[in-house]
Ligand binder design. Structure first.
Ligand code: ATP
Length: 357
């Protein structure tokens, strides 16, 4: 992982009034560029294989400039061009996933957020140690497939975006579907409704909902993912009948829908997020900026968190002009703009090194 001292030295060479916000052209980049522009930043798109023509359709979300690289090696060898532009990169899920979390950790360009979080997010075991250690409930793990006694979700290690997951009802179902060449993790299938909650922790702000370190915890928005084909499968009837014709449930994210949580559940939601933030300071020096708790609420109104994403999630994209929650804090503000605001204020106060790593 690139040493913090190296990033600090790069920041020393930056003009804090001339910062450019850059990200990989995908995922939530329209929102990130739109938010950065609103706050007066120059914007830069980084791309390898992704087409960028779609930006022409959205002038307010189009970056001022685009650099096209041959591959990630090329991107790594051309960091000077980014230093010249005083670039701070905003990591998003696809940026870290396409580059690989280890490689992203080593990429020596100032990055918004704490890189240390990568070690805790990228391994399912470490993620569990953190979240359960914070006192937040997660789906139970089933270590022996023979003991499957309820619906379970089998997740292959390394699978992403819900691709390659499957549901089994018992050991037989597991045996029929499992790929023996892959390593996997079996967890209880949490029955209930899903809420993907987009929080933001600002350690430089000291009012609002406070965490142990004294910073402020905000809820920016909430979504539910559209997942193909599981969301529509019920229209064809019984899952077992479908299996006979070779149709299996899959969980591939194809889009996002805005949701709000029953108001009486908000205290529980904040309590979980607060615990996770507090624990992050105890374990690895903190998590700040946007993060998402991916949860299921059952009919007893109990939460289980099946995953945490520690940066902007694409589920914030429906909220480019605000949300029912953001509007009660910063009317009309997106998570993309909130990050830009964080960077702008930190730059003004000479505190960039506190939020960039
Ligand atoms: P990403 O990194 O994009 O969040 P992922 O590959 O890590 O995705 P998960 O978010 O863990 O995948 O799961 C994909 C989907 O599978 C979830 O959005 C949810 O619909 C479903 N899911 C995951 N775990 C469970 C569970 N324990 N019980 C019920 N559904 C689950």
């Amino acid at each position: 992982m690139v040493p913090k001292s190296k990033i600090d030295a790069i920041l020393d060479g930056y003009d804090p009034e001339e910062i450019t916000i850059a990200t990989l052209c995908s995922h939530s980049s329209l929102q990130i560029f739109h938010g950065a522009r609103k706050l007066g930043f120059k914007t830069l798109g980084l791309t390898i294989t992704h087409s960028t023509k779609y930006y022409d359709a959205f002038p307010l979300g189009k970056p001022d400039e685009i650099i096209k690289y041959k591959d990630f090696d090329d991107m790594e060898s051309r960091v000077d061009e980014l230093y010249d532009r005083n670039v701070i990169i905003i990591p998003h899920g696809s940026f870290v996933e396409y580059m690989g979390s280890e490689r992203f950790g080593d990429y020596p360009v100032p990055s918004y957020g704490n890189r240390e979080v990568l070690n805790w997010e990228s391994s399912r075991e470490k993620q569990r140690e953190w979240i359960e250690g914070a006192g937040v409930s997660m789906p139970e793990i089933i270590t022996d497939p023979k003991s499957i006694d309820r619906p379970v979700m089998v997740k292959y290690n390394g699978a992403k975006g819900g691709k390659g997951y499957f549901i089994a009802m018992d050991y037989n179902g597991f045996k029929l579907a499992v790929d023996p060449d892959e390593s996997y993790n079996i967890q209880e299938y949490c029955m209930g409704t899903r809420y993907y909650m987009h929080f933001f922790y600002d350690p430089l702000k000291h009012d609002g909902y406070k965490c142990a370190e004294g910073g402020s915890l905000e809820l920016m928005s909430m979504d539910r993912r559209d997942e193909s084909n599981i969301d529509e499968l019920y229209k064809l009837g019984n899952i077992d009948d479908l299996k006979k014709v070779g149709m299996y449930p899959s969980f591939v994210v194809t889009g996002n829908t805005p949701v709000v949580l029953r108001e009486s559940l908000l205290p529980k939601a904040f309590d979980m997020a607060e615990r996770v933030v507090d624990k992050s300071y105890e374990l690895f020096g903190g998590m700040w900026g946007p993060f998402c708790l991916e949860t299921v609420v059952n009919d007893k109104l109990q939460f289980k968190a099946f995953e945490i994403s520690t940066r902007i999630v694409a589920g914030t994209n429906p909220f480019i002009s605000g949300s029912p929650y953001a509007d009660l804090i910063y009317p009309g503000m997106s998570t993309g703009a909130r990050m830009a605001m964080h960077i702008k204020e930190a730059a003004k106060e000479g505190k960039l090194k506190e939020i960039v790593s």
